[in-house]
Design a protein around this ligand. Structure first.
Ligand code: SAH
Ligand code: SF4
Length: 450
């Protein structure tokens, strides 16, 4: 295998969740700081990082086959291939034995040591395995640098507030690969957001597997964190994801209803709508409890967009159970959703249940569910036509460079025509004129605040 003399360019492909996107950004920053430059195409890269996700079978397979695709480039021009993320964490050594084209396997908690891995690879050593044990006493929250050398502008930024998960839902591999829940100290979060705001960020997205079970080591709860961030007033908008229905208490509902900077969007994963399935999934709520809380939140926050995750074909799910899911989805009228076919994940409780819903049945349920979700999303978008929305401007629209694009507080993409310059980061009032696919088209109204 030949070796590009210096390993001076890199390419990152990300699979899975926002947490992974955030980790990819951190890896990019570390490599930029090492003097590498980022390229948009793998064929131009000396180092290729596949940041993998093991939450479901499909993205896991995709990540591995993606890594395998670069085998030839590795042989011919000495590209180095690093597998990062949850698949790396979970499969660790087995992967290195099986996939002889990997030069390094790097778990999510080992990201900070990427420069050392790079130095080893530059010295011609490898393969390298670094999948640190999760260490609750040194969780290693590393804020993204406030000023990025490249990438999207700083209008909206992600801030990790907690890591890991203690819920052990029967189907889910996250607690096994991301470890136990660890919350970041409130003071650190406040100072990171303060700094981001000073440098031009207008919106923060607070990230965690289960943000509403956040607890500062000193005892402050998630609603308290929201109150402190709102009062700090360093950014105009506060978002967060993901929340667990069992931890959606009155205090959080009051915070969402009462704090002006907290946006009207909640991602609240229902997963299934039949009590027997929810109990076997170990979700910790019933269909009635979920529905009651969701509708209460809608009553308290009228402009709310409520989105969700759903799984079809969990072991033992009968047609009647699936219909109950459809009923809850219709009743709560989700504004958007991600829906998946169940796939057993190694090491989880549900992997020991018979995966007894036939593949064709899973597919048919997914299609029926998605048809309903598509209708509900279209209704939700249509309800916004004629309304005035506050849009946080991100920049020119990709589809139509004469128009600008941004997001509403309810997290809809809004494209709008506009006379005169508007700087990214401005908050502008836009009247919605029509629905275009999943996005909205509008016109800017005159009174701008920025
Ligand atoms: N922490 C988030 C979810 C993280 S995983 C939460 O609790 O909301 C993202 C989504 O993947 C889950 O909400 C679930 O819908 C889906 N998922 C997780 N494990 C799965 C599996 N084994 N099969 C199919 N979908 C799964
Ligand atoms: Fe997985 Fe459940 Fe934790 Fe979400 S709450 S990450 S679904 S175990």
């Amino acid at each position: 295998m030949s070796t590009p003399a210096s390993l001076s360019t890199f390419f990152i492909r990300t699979f899975g969740c926002q947490m992974n996107e955030h980790d990819s950004e951190r890896m990019a920053q570390l490599l930029l700081a090492e003097g590498l430059s980022r390229v948009d195409e793998p064929r131009l890269a000396d180092v290729i990082i596949i940041n993998s996700c093991s939450v479901r079978a499909k993205p896991e397979h995709k990540a591995l086959s993606e890594a395998g695709r670069f085998r030839k480039a590795r042989r011919s021009r000495g590209v180095r291939i690093i597998l990062a993320g949850c698949v790396a964490q979970q499969e660790a050594r087995a992967l290195l034995d099986r996939a002889d084209y990997l030069d390094a396997v790097l778990g999510p908690d080992a990201i900070a040591r990427l420069p050392r891995v790079l130095a080893e690879l530059r010295a011609g050593r490898g393969p390298i395995l670094d999948v640190a044990e999760h260490d609750a006493s040194a969780p290693g929250f590393v804020p993204l640098q406030a000023r990025r050398a490249e990438g999207p502008g700083p209008v909206s930024r992600q801030v990790t507030i907690m890591k890991g998960c203690d819920n052990f839902c029967a189907y889910c591999v996250v607690p096994l690969v991301r470890g136990r829940e660890v919350s970041r100290p409130l003071a650190d979060i406040l100072s990171e957001v303060e700094e981001l705001g000073r440098r031009g960020t207008r919106e923060v997205m607070l990230l965690g597997q289960n943000v509403n079970s956040y607890r500062d080591p000193g005892g402050a709860s998630f609603p308290e964190l929201l109150r402190r961030l709102d009062a700090q007033a360093a950014v105009q908008r506060i978002r967060f994801t993901t929340s667990h229905p069992k931890d959606l208490g009155e205090e959080l509902i009051a915070a969402m209803a009462g704090l002006p900077r907290v946006c009207e969007h909640l991602h609240l994963a229902l997963q299934a709508g039949a009590d027997g399935v929810l109990a076997r999934m170990r979700r910790g709520y019933t269909r009635e409890e979920f529905t009651r809380r969701a509708l209460r939140l809608r009553a308290e926050v009228p402009a709310l967009a409520l989105t969700t995750d759903l799984i079809v074909g969990f072991p033992g799910e009968r047609e009647a159970d699936f219909r109950e899911t459809l009923e809850v989805v219709e009743r709560v009228a989700f504004d958007g959703a991600f829906s998946f076919k169940y796939s057993p994940r190694p090491g989880t409780l549900a992997a020991s249940y018979p995966d007894d819903v036939p593949a064709a049945e899973k597919q048919s349920r997914l299609e029926r569910l998605q048809a309903l979700l598509t209708r509900l999303e279209a209704d939700s978008l249509r309800r916004l036509v004629g309304r005035e929305l506050e849009v946080l401007v991100e920049g020119p629209s990709l589809r139509d460079p004469a128009a600008l694009t941004g997001r509403s507080r309810c997290n809809r993409v809004v494209n709008f025509a506009c006379q005169g310059p508007v700087t990214p980061g401005s908050l502008v009032p836009v009247r919605v004129l029509e629905v275009r696919g999943h996005t909205l088209l509008g016109e800017r109204l005159s009174s701008a605040s920025s």
